[in-house]
Design a binder for this molecule. Structure first.
Ligand code: ARG
Ligand code: ZN
Length: 876
C-alpha cells in the first residue's frame, strides 16, 4: 500500500504560471550512466500572476549539482527541495538568468519518460510531464520558450545528434563532438526532444506551396532503411493535404522523424523532431499487415498535423488535452478518408470508438472529453479524449458545414498562434466564423457518458404527414448524476416502401430537399413533421454516424430493410450489424437458459447477399461480413457473459460457414492474388474480403485451407490471417505453423509481437497456461512496451472468454503482470489495469474475483500514482 494518498489536480484550480521563461539554453553531455544537463533559463515574473508567487520549478529524480542566479551561486538556504522532486528558489528576483546543473542516468530510466536509452541510443519523451525528469523547469504547457540546445557526445557512439528546430552550429575534435540546434518557434517543454546515437537516415524533400524547401529525414537503426518508404510517402501526402484542405504549411527547413523500439505510446509530435514507435514507421510487404500499413499512414499524418494543432497553438493546461488531440484525430481521420474509401474508414473508426470508448464511458473511469480532475495526467490519454474528442469536433463540422469550419480553423489559428489556449477558444472561433451559436456544444466537452437516443414515428395517410419524435438522455456517471440534453445532429433520410430515397419537406419549409438532411435534436424530446409523404416511410437515422450516441430500439424488420436499401453505406453496414447483434443477444440468453442455439436464416441470407454484391466494393463487403465483436456484444448487456457470447459467435460462424460454404469458397478462390503484391485500397479490400471468407470456411471445419494459405503466403496480411485461425484451433497444424513463423521472424521485433499476440488471443481452454508460459519465453521482455502489450493486453482485452475464466486465473495473471511492471514502467502498468475495472458488468462471482485482484494491486507497496489512480477508481 502507498503510505500517502496522491494529490488530485482540479481543473477549476488553474492559476497562471508565476514566472515565464522567455529563453532556454540547454547543454547536454551525454553519457548512458551519468548525463550532465546544464540549463539556462531567462526568467521573469508573469504580470498575470500574483506578485509574490514563489519561483517553483518542477523536477523528478534530479540530482542538482549547482545553481546560480545571474552568475552568483545560490546558497543552500535559498534552495528548497519538495517531496515531489521540485525545487523552489527563495527570494527570487523579478527577472534573471537561472542556471542549474543536474546529473541523470538515462540507461537506468525504464519508465521511458524523460531521457532514456534504447539499444544504446538516446531518446526523450516529455509529454505530458517528462521534461521535469531532464531538468528543473516550470513543466506546464502554458510556459512557452525559445530553445537553444547544445549536445556533446562521443563521436563514435553518437554520430547523429538531433533536437528541435534547425541545426545552427557544430564542431569538436578528438573523441567527442557537439552540435547546436535552435528552434525559432516558442514552445512548451513537453515538445522538447533530443535523439542521439548511431542512426542512419532515409531522406527526401518537400517544397511547400509558398516555395520553402524542406528536408525530410527518417532516422532508424542500420538495416531498417529499406522499410521507411511508406512512412516517407505518408509524410509527403500529409504535408500536401494540410496545405490543400486547411491552407497550413510547414514552418521549418527540416522535418525529422526518429523511430525507436522502446516507446510508451504510438508517436510524439515534438517540434521538428517527431519520435515514433517503430511500429508506426517500419513496414515491408513481407513483415507488415495491411492494418499496419494504414496505421502508419494515420499516425504519420496525425503527428505531422500536430505541428499546427498542438504545437503552434497549444493547450493552456492538460485538462484541455482534447483541444489538440480530438482536433488532430479528426484531421487524421479526414486525411485517411480522402486517401482511401471514406465509408470504410468511417466504419472502422466507429467500430474502434465502440470497442474502446463506449465501454470506458460506461465504466469506472468514465470522464468528460475535458476532465474535471486527475491524479496522473498520463491516465487521461484515453479513447474519450482522443476518439470521442474527434467526434465532438466532427459534430461541430457537421453543424456549421465544411466551409464555415475551414473559416473557423483559419480564425482559430490567426487568433491563437504561439499561445496556450482552451477548448472555449476553439469553439468560439467556430462560432464566430459560422455565426451559429455553439454554446450548447460545450455540454459534449463537460458531460461524461454516451447519450442514448430513441425514435418513435407516426404516419397519417389522410394528411400524408409523417411525424418523427426523437428523445435523448445521457446515463449518469460518477460525480455527474443529472445530465442536460446535448445538441445532436441527426443526419437522416426517409425511404419509401420500395426502398427508394424520398425527398423530404419539413412543415416549416417551402420546398422539398433530396438526399440526406440533418435534424438538430437539442431538447430531451423533439418532433419533426414531414409533409407530402406518400406512403409510410422507413427512417434512416444517424447516417455516417453523425453523432457518438447509442440509437436504441430500431425494430428488426427495419434493420433488415435498411441493410439492403439505404443509400448511406454506413447505415447499411450498421443495420446489418445491429440486426446480427440483436439475434446474437437473443442466442446468448438461450445459451444461458441451456436451450439449443438454433439459427436465424436471415443471417446466412445477408452473407449471401453481401457476397453477391461484393465486387462493387470488396472492402465494404469485408466489413459487412464480420459479425459484431465479443466486446461490442458484452457492452450491450447489463451483465455480460463472455463465455456464452464466445460460444454463440463461434456457433454462428461455423453455421454460416457451412450454409454459405460454396459461395464463400467461390469468393475466396476468385480473389486469389496472382499478380505482384500491391498495397492500395482496392488490393487491401480484396485481401480483407478473402480473409473474411477464410475465417468462415475455417470455422466450418476446413482447416486445410488456412494451412495452405499460411504455407503459400507471400505477404504478412495473408500469413497472419491464416496463422490466427490455425492458432485458434487444435492439432499439429497449429504447432507447426507457430514454430515455423517464429523461426522465420525471430529477428524481427515487430513481427514477434504479432506472434505473441496471436497466441494470447487464441480462445483455447489452455490460454492462461499458454500466456504464463510465453511470459517465460526467452523472447519475452516486460520492459519493452510493445512486447508487454502484445502478450498481456492482447490477452486481457482480446481474449474475453479466457480472461474471464471462472477460476479467476486470468485476473490473477493480469494483476501479477501489473504488480511486476509497475516499478519498471508505471504508465504501461496503469494502462493494463483497465480490463479489471469492468467488474460491475460481470456476474457477482467474477466481480468478486476481479475486485480481489484490484485490491491486491492496491496493497502493493510504493505503487505508482498512475496505477493507484486506475486501481482505486476501479474499486469505488
Ligand atoms: N501527443 C502524442 C500523440 O497523441 C501522445 C503522447 C502521449 N504521452 C503520454 N505520456 N501519454 O500524438
Ligand atoms: Zn496526438
Amino acid at each position: 500500500m502507498r503510505t500517502d494518498t496522491p494529490v488530485t489536480i482540479h481543473r477549476q484550480d488553474y492559476a497562471p504560471p508565476a514566472f515565464l521563461v522567455d529563453r532556454v539554453g540547454l547543454e547536454f553531455r551525454l553519457d548512458p550512466a551519468a548525463t550532465e544537463v546544464r540549463a539556462r533559463l531567462a526568467l521573469r515574473r508573469n504580470p498575470a500572476a500574483a506578485a509574490d508567487a514563489p519561483l517553483r520549478l518542477d523536477g523528478d529524480g534530479l540530482a542538482l549539482q549547482e545553481a546560480r542566479m545571474d552568475g552568483t551561486v545560490l546558497p543552500p538556504e535559498r534552495l528548497v527541495f519538495g517531496a515531489d522532486g521540485s525545487l523552489t528558489i527563495a527570494d527570487p528576483p523579478a527577472s534573471g538568468l537561472l542556471e542549474t546543473l543536474v546529473r541523470i542516468a538515462p540507461e537506468a530510466n525504464t519508465s521511458l519518460m524523460g531521457l532514456y536509452t534504447s539499444g544504446g541510443n538516446f531518446y526523450t519523451q516529455c509529454e505530458a510531464e517528462g521534461f521535469r525528469r531532464i531538468t528543473f523547469f516550470p513543466d506546464r504547457p502554458d510556459v512557452m520558450s525559445r530553445y537553444t540546445v547544445t549536445i556533446h557526445a562521443d563521436r563514435l557512439r553518437c554520430p547523429v545528434l538531433l533536437s528541435n528546430g534547425n541545426l545552427v552550429e557544430q564542431g569538436g575534435e578528438g573523441a567527442t563532438h557537439w552540435v547546436r540546434w535552435e528552434d525559432p518557434h516558442p514552445k512548451p517543454s513537453y515538445l522538447f526532444a533530443l535523439v542521439a546515437g548511431d542512426l542512419v537516415s532515409v531522406s527526401d524533400r518537400f517544397t511547400t506551396r509558398s516555395g520553402r524547401e524542406v528536408a525530410l529525414h527518417i532516422w532508424v537503426r542500420r538495416g531498417d532503411e529499406s522499410r521507411c518508404g511508406h512512412a516517407m510517402d505518408s509524410l509527403k501526402r500529409s504535408m500536401a493535404w494540410d496545405e490543400e484542405v486547411f491552407g497550413l504549411e510547414y514552418d521549418l527547413d527540416v522535418f525529422n522523424i526518429a523511430a525507436v523500439s522502446d516507446f510508451n505510446m504510438g508517436a510524439m509530435e515534438n517540434k521538428g523532431l517527431n519520435v515514433f514507435n517503430t511500429k508506426y514507421v517500419l513496414a515491408s510487404p513481407e513483415s507488415a499487415t495491411d492494418g499496419d500499413w494504414q496505421g502508419i499512414e494515420t499516425v504519420v499524418a496525425h503527428e505531422y498535423f500536430h505541428n499546427w494543432t498542438g504545437n503552434r497553438v497549444t493547450c493552456r493546461d492538460w485538462f484541455q488535452l482534447s483541444l489538440k488531440e480530438g482536433l488532430t484525430v479528426f484531421r487524421d481521420q479526414e486525411f485517411s478518408a480522402d486517401m482511401g474509401s471514406r465509408a470504410v474508414k468511417r466504419i472502422r473508426d466507429v467500430r474502434g470508438l465502440r470497442a474502446a470508448q463506449f465501454p470506458e464511458d460506461a465504466g469506472p473511469m468514465a470522464h468528460p472529453v475535458r476532465p474535471d480532475s486527475y491524479i496522473e495526467i498520463d491516465n487521461f490519454y484515453t479513447p474519450t479524449v482522443y476518439q470521442k474528442g474527434a467526434e465532438v469536433v466532427r459534430l461541430i463540422h457537421t453543424r456549421i458545414g465544411a466551409a464555415a469550419f475551414r473559416r473557423g480553423m483559419d480564425l482559430y489559428i490567426a487568433r491563437n498562434d504561439n499561445q496556450a489556449v482552451t477548448i472555449e477558444d476553439f469553439v468560439r472561433a467556430m462560432q464566430d466564423a459560422s455565426g451559429i451559436d455553439l454554446s450548447s456544444f460545450m455540454g459534449w466537452y463537460d458531460q461524461a457518458g454516451t447519450p442514448e437516443i430513441a425514435a418513435e414515428d407516426r404516419y397519417d395517410p389522410a394528411a400524408r404527414r409523417y411525424t418523427l419524435t426523437l428523445r435523448q438522455q445521457t446515463p449518469p456517471t460518477r460525480g455527474q448524476a443529472d445530465k442536460r440534453p446535448v445538441p445532436i445532429p441527426v443526419a437522416m433520410g426517409l425511404l419509401g416502401p420500395d426502398g427508394r430515397e424520398q425527398p423530404t419537406r419539413l412543415a416549416s419549409e417551402n420546398a422539398a430537399q433530396s438526399g440526406t438532411r440533418t435534424l438538430l435534436l437539442e431538447a430531451a424530446e423533439q418532433s419533426f413533421v414531414f409533409e407530402d409523404v406518400p406512403a409510410p416511410p422507413v427512417p434512416s437515422l444517424l447516417r455516417g454516424f453523425s453523432a457518438p450516441v447509442r440509437l436504441r430500439g430500431v425494430p428488426r424488420d427495419r434493420l433488415r430493410f435498411l441493410a439492403v436499401h439505404d443509400t448511406d453505406p454506413f447505415v447499411r453496414w450498421e443495420s446489418g450489424q445491429q440486426y446480427a447483434a440483436s439475434v446474437m443477444l437473443e442466442m446468448v440468453a438461450a445459451q444461458q437458459r441451456g436451450e439449443a442455439l438454433g439459427f436465424d436464416a436471415a443471417l446466412a441470407e445477408a452473407v449471401a447477399n453481401t457476397l453477391a454484391a461484393a465486387d462493387a466494393d470488396p472492402a465494404f463487403a469485408a466489413e459487412a461480413l464480420v459479425l459484431p465483436g465479443e466486446g461490442f456484444l458484452a457492452d450491450q448487456m447489463e451483465i455480460a457473459d463472455p463465455v456464452a457470447i464466445h460460444l454463440v459467435r463461434r456457433h454462428l460462424r461455423a453455421e454460416i460457414g457451412r450454409r454459405c460454404g460454396p459461395a464463400l469458397r467461390a469468393t475466396y478462390d476468385a480473389l486469389a492474388d496472382h499478380g505482384p503484391y500491391r498495397i492500395d485500397g482496392a488490393s487491401i479490400g480484396r485481401r480483407a474480403l478473402r480473409n473474411a471468407c477464410l475465417a468462415y470456411l475455417t470455422a466450418a471445419g476446413d482447416t486445410a485451407l488456412a494451412k495452405a494459405q499460411f504455407d503459400a503466403a507471400t505477404n504478412m496480411t495473408d500469413s497472419l490471417a491464416a496463422l490466427a485461425l490455425l492458432a485458434d484451433g487444435d492439432g499439429p497444424a497449429r504447432e507447426a505453423a507457430l514454430a515455423s513463423f517464429h523461426a522465420r521472424w525471430r529477428g524481427d521485433d515487430l513481427v514477434l509481437d504479432k506472434w505473441f499476440a496471436i497466441q494470447a488471443m487464441a480462445a483455447r481452454p489452455d490460454a492462461i497456461a499458454q500466456v504464463r508460459a510465453l511470459q517465460a519465453h526467452p523472447d519475452f521482455d516486460l520492459k519493452n512496451p510493445n512486447r508487454a502489450r502484445s502478450l498481456i493486453a492482447s490477452f486481457a482485452a482480446g481474449n474475453p472468454s479466457q480472461f474471464h475464466d471462472l477460476s479467476g486465473e486470468g485476473y490473477r495473471f493480469l494483476a501479477d503482470a501489473v504488480i511486476a511492471l509497475d516499478p519498471v514502467n508505471g504508465s504501461i502498468a496503469a494502462r493494463l489495469v483497465g480490463p479489471l475495472g469492468q467488474w460491475r458488468r460481470q456476474s457477482a462471482a467474477r466481480g468478486a474475483l476481479m475486485r480481489r485482484e484490484l485490491q491486491r494491486v492496491l496493497d502493493t507497496p510504493d505503487l505508482s500514482k498512475g496505477t493507484f489512480e486506475k486501481a482505486s477508481k476501479a474499486l469505488l
